[in-house]
Design a protein around this ligand. Sequence first.
Ligand code: A3P
Length: 287
Amino acid sequence: MTEADLYTLYKGVYVPTCVHPPQSLQYYEEFTFRPDDILIVTYPKSGTTWMQEIVPLIMSGGDPASVETLPNWDRVPWLEEQRACILNLEERPSPRMFATHFHNNMMPPSFFKVKPKVIYVMRNPKDVFTSSFHYYGMTSFLVKPGPQSEFLCKFLDGQVMFGSWFDHVKGWLNAENKDHILYISYEELIMDLKDSVARISQFLEKSLDAEVIDKIADRCLFKNMKQNNMSNYSAVPREFMDQTKSEFLRKGIIGDWKNQLTVAEAEHFDAVYKDKMKNVKYKFVWD
Ligand code: A3P
């Protein structure tokens, strides 16, 4: 199936229609934020699920009840997904936790007025590409990736769900008001998970003992999250996500692009990256 069959073009980017039908996009458009809402923002495959585990554990002071009983999409729902409309989010007590893959310029008016707390997670785009290639191959609601070289062209050109990685990252790095945004990378989480949990809890103004931080970090290790049926997408029927083709929690490492891209593809990627990111001052861990 093609982009025209599976995707809706919303504010210039493709979104998979069955997950984001028009009424969900309208729901988000009209959504009213609260100042103490916590919003996890990511380009897909950058560590969303990981953060959907870390943040609830921080906010519960390490109590695992919610991560053991609620699937990640209900405990930290995507505001642009169809489920958001039926979860009665208006009734949820503060502080509420949400996720979104929207670009900064796609955010609804209430976001800019209220300025909820944002945790923006970034990941080396070559690893995002690699993770996406496997993910697109195992889902039924995304256009099949086709040969890797073709998917690479589409990815670099932003002709994939949620558009261009470059525009997404640049848009959020250039957000007008950054006081309410914590920028953190997948790589920092991998390199020092305890320190990352401590940084996130500080940003969320949740003071935690070192012992609790250790426990949260341990729960959020790849091998442990992989066992959590509320976070490993095992509850999604095989007709939507066929995890016999590729698991959702697939490898969870830095640098898998080296096993995926040819030397020529990696060089081409670097050239496009250099050009598109030339005016960005932010010091990425992977540069
Ligand atoms: P890989 O496909 O490279 O393994 P998202 O949740 O944004 O869709 O991102 C999914 C990616 O995050 C997958 O990457 C997945 O394995 C990785 N991931 C999820 N939880 C993780 C964890 N606890 N540790 C490391 N990587 C994790």
